[in-house]
Design a protein around this ligand. Structure first.
Ligand code: 26Q
Length: 837
């Protein structure tokens, strides 16, 4: 085993660190105890002594010790909340982007320093140990990460909560870059390091697909539904504890795993038909095999539909059986449970609950629908038309005949109601209907059947009211809310930025970790030169940490003495990575021309995964890497505007990046980014936003004031007008601006290096079409405004006092964007969890 070198390396590292602060006898005793426990665990798990163990073993042993602490709190409190009669929040989401749990659990349990010291005494650096843990990447991006932040907040605020999702065996793919292009590699995240989950053999539910239904009405009007020829799949619960900060009440994340009803068809197996015998099992278990790596644009895969029904059927059965166990009577379901549906992916939970209530529990239609309405709420996360889920009615009918019947009934009754309210208005009926033109519209189902509907920022809430769901807003104005997203300061400051956490702690105390309002106490220090200096030093140290980490983990050199300008998010045209890339190319042109002599060195960091089937998004990655190569190939630009593509952007790399960044690029086309949450993470860590008036940027601007943010570009109103007038002609804009036309030429003239000599014609024509509409995302429209604001930001950076004042103000004003605030808003406006208290 190659452990000797590992250990030696870790030991020298720890030894080279500055002397640890003096420990009290009591602290030392605690540290020794933890150390003894870890060493014992190493022996018992791996049959080696700690001094012979390899780093992965040290991680496992330490993580198992932390797990013990978690389990103790979890077990005690689960018992309590089940009998207390508290209302429980059920978060239903197809994705959870958790990241690593080790350090996060340590911070939240108040054990970080103790474990760091115990590991240091053993010769290990905690940072290095934690690198052994795989990210739990069971989500695509914003929606999944929001779910993880919300569970942390629910637990921190001691609100009873369960998250339900799918335990994908393969999470979001790992991204590699080969010859400048994205290559997807499967992510088998459970191999080795999932120490946190507990399998619940006592929580298994049967989920039925396909077949035919046979409805029998008895003489006294009772309905019996029989399923003929349906296929069953079992859902097994895998529970993961989510421990909030100093929490008395860990949340449970229950992830369902698919198991075949029979391991295989024994009759077939015995007849020698091995292939078919096993194939059937594989088909059933394929349901929880892999997360779909799409965040918006592909639709219609039947396996995806299977995944969603599997999730919601198991969850509804689990909720109903727990409620019956604890309270007996299902009429009180809405008093004890609030369900939050995230995007439309879990929308089938609504007809599934109605099905259970009617078919299995003997409820009448009206009663069942009323219970559903009082239990379910719906959060919309995207307004891109192509992301609004629609399922082919025939597919749904074949796969889920009974559910389809229920949706048909909901639709028919609803059509009648609108017709009565707006007699003769066929168009309105068709616009609002659930089933129309052979398609089932999941968003309409959610808006109709839920008690509350919310957007994820004020602007997004407004857009839902005035455009996407306008008809529904007219009919049910009280149903609509806008609750701005948030991020947990425990992970995004506490874990991601220990230096800043300590500085804040030393300055205003630790209260901000649990009370989001307290971080505002930092604001006066923005005007204190000594504090600004300390703040600056933390940022400089984080940049060095980031550079070290990039070299060790991504093999890429970053100069920590440059401005770090970052755009990190999924790759999507509306997010406009293309605008940023073209702008860098225009900096290149100007430097080559001998301009911009005073421009300070800037490292441009891009981090983004593209959906595997999204051709243009992949082309933009290719372009970014080509620009990076062009700049690196020329000594006039190499050290002045290096471009770095951070491969495989995930929660862990995000933690490193947000702590190090100076400038946060949030440049989506106005009206298209529902909220954004990366913007909040960068702000919290003292980066200044360069962005459009979109999503939560609007509220960030409100919080920090115009001097501490760089806003540019068209607003939603501007774009609405331009579209109405038809007054935007991208080709004219391109040809009328020499800077833009020169940049566009690079796309087609062969000046950009690629491994196979290919060029970027498709991108060129998408922006500057020969005829007809182009530039759907207004890249060229906003280009000049972006250019101007970019230089404002760079100029501001050079006035160090001014910049640091702004940076501190950004951190101080980030309290509002804590997920604790968001959760409190949800609770006050929707859930009312602790109403008895
Ligand atoms: C839908 C149909 C077919 C295939 C895929 C999908 C699909 C999958 C995932 C549609 C959307 C998603 C995820 C959306 C998402 O992450 N939205 C982001 O949510 C964040 C949290 O609210 C916001 O901050 C972001 O602005 C929003 O883009």
């Amino acid at each position: 085993m190659a452990n000797a070198t590992n250990n030696e390396k870790a030991k020298t590292k720890a030894a080279a660190k500055p002397a640890a602060p003096k420990r009290t006898a009591e602290e030392q005793a605690r540290i020794d105890e933890v150390r003894a426990r870890i060493e014992k665990r190493v022996r018992r798990e791996f049959a080696v002594t700690a001094d012979k163990a390899v780093l992965p073993q040290i991680f496992q042993a330490a993580a198992l010790c932390v797990r013990d602490e978690v389990m103790d709190v979890w077990a005690a409190e689960r018992e309590r909340s089940q009998v207390s009669g508290d209302k429980c929040l059920i978060y239903l989401c197809a994705e959870y982007l958790i990241g690593r749990a080790f350090s996060n659990n340590l911070v939240n349990l108040g054990l970080y320093d103790t474990y760091a010291a115990a590991l240091a005494d053993m010769g290990y650096d905690l940072g290095e140990v934690e690198e052994q843990e795989a990210d739990a990447g069971l989500g695509n991006g914003g929606l999944g990460r929001l779910a993880a932040c919300f569970l942390d907040s629910l637990s921190t605020l001691d609100m009873p909560a369960m998250g339900f999702g799918i335990r994908y065996e393969y999470g979001f793919f790992r991204q590699e870059i080969h010859d400048g292009q994205q290559v997807e590699v499967p992510d088998n995240w459970t191999l080795g390091s999932d120490v946190w989950s507990v399998e619940r053999a006592d929580r298994i539910f049967e989920v039925k697909f396909g077949g035919q239904i046979d409805e029998q009405w008895s003489e006294d009007g009772k309905l019996t539904v029989n399923y003929i020829g349906a296929h069953s799949v079992y859902a097994e619960a895998c529970d993961m504890p989510i421990v909030g900060y100093e929490s008395k009440l860990p949340a449970t994340l229950r992830l369902w795993r698919a198991r075949a009803a029979q391991q295989f068809d024994l009759a077939r197996f015995n007849q020698g038909d091995y292939e078919h015998a096993v194939a059937e099992r594989d088909l059933a278990e394929s349901i929880s095999k892999v997360l779909y790596p799409e965040d918006s644009h592909k639709r219609g895969q039947e396996l995806r539909l299977r995944q969603f029904y599997f999730l919601v059927s198991a969850t509804m059965q689990s909720m109903v059986s727990a409620h019956k166990r604890h309270y007996g009577d299902l009429h009180t379901l809405p008093d004890r449970n609030a369900i939050q549906i995230n995007d439309t992916h879990p929308a089938l939970a609504i007809p599934e609950l109605i099905r259970i209530l009617i078919d299995e529990e003997g409820f009448e239609w009206e009663e069942a629908v009323d219970i559903a309405r009082r239990t379910f709420n719906y959060t919309n996360h995207t307004i891109m038309p192509e992301a609004l889920e629609k399922w082919d009615a025939t597919t749904l009918q074949h796969l889920l005949p009974r559910i389809f019947r229920i949706i048909e009934t909901i639709d028919a009754r609803f059509r009648d109601r609108i017709w009565q309210q707006y007699p003769g208005d066929t168009e309105r009926v068709n616009r609002m209907a659930i089933i129309n033109g052979g398609q089932v519209r999941m968003a309409n189902l959610c808006v109709l059947a839920c008690g509350h509907v919310n957007g994820v920022s004020q602007l997004h809430g407004q857009i839902l009211r005035t455009s996407v769901f306008r008809d529904f807003y007219t009919a049910y104005p009280d149903r609509f809310l806008g609750i701005t997203n948030g991020v947990t300061q425990r992970r995004w400051l506490g874990v991601a930025n220990p230096g800043l956490r300590k500085l804040v702690d030393d300055t205003i105390g630790e209260g901000f970790m649990k009370d989001w309002r307290k971080i505002a106490e930092l604001e006066p220090y923005a005007h204190d030169p000594a504090f600004r200096k300390a703040f600056d030093e933390v940022k400089a140290q984080n940049k060095r940490r980031f550079a070290d980490w990039m070299l060790a983990n991504r093999g890429i050199e970053v100069n920590p003495d440059t401005i770090i300008d970052a755009q990190a998010k999924r790759l999507h045209e509306y997010k406009r990575q293309l605008m940023k890339a073209l702008h860098i190319l225009s900096l290149y042109d100007r430097i080559i021309d001998g301009e911009l002599e005073d421009l300070p060195p800037i490292t441009f960091v891009f981090a983004a995964k593209a959906a595997p089937g999204y051709r243009r998004a992949k082309d933009i990655i290719r372009l970014i890497n080509s620009i990076s190569a062009l700049i690196a190939s020329d000594e006039r630009t190499r050290d002045r505007i290096p471009v770095v593509f951070l491969q495989n952007y995930d929660v862990t790399s995000a933690q490193h990046l947000v702590a190090a960044a100076d400038i946060s690029e949030q440049i989506s086309t106005a009206g298209m980014e529902a909220s954004g949450t990366g913007n909040m993470k960068f702000m919290l860590n003292g980066a200044l936003t360069l962005g459009t008036m979109d999503g939560a940027n609007v509220e960030i601007a409100e919080q920090v004031g115009p001097d501490n943010i760089f806003i540019f570009g068209a607003t939603v109103e501007d774009l609405t007008r331009v579209k109405l007038e038809g007054s935007y002609h991208p080709r004219a804009t391109a040809d009328g601006n020499p800077m833009i036309s020169r940049v566009l030429q690079h796309l087609v003239d062969g000046s950009l290096p690629t491994s196979d000599g290919s060029r970027f014609e498709d991108l060129y024509h998408s922006l500057r079409p020969d005829g007809g509409a182009g530039d759907r995302y207004y890249v060229l429209y906003d280009f000049a405004a972006y250019d101007e604001r970019f230089f404002d930001a760079i100029e501001a950076y050079q006035d160090r006092d001014r910049w640091l004042t702004s940076a501190v103000i950004n951190t101080a004003k980030a309290g509002y964007f804590s997920s604790d605030r968001a959760i409190q808003d949800y609770d006050e406006q929707i859930w009312h969890l602790n109403k008895g208290e």
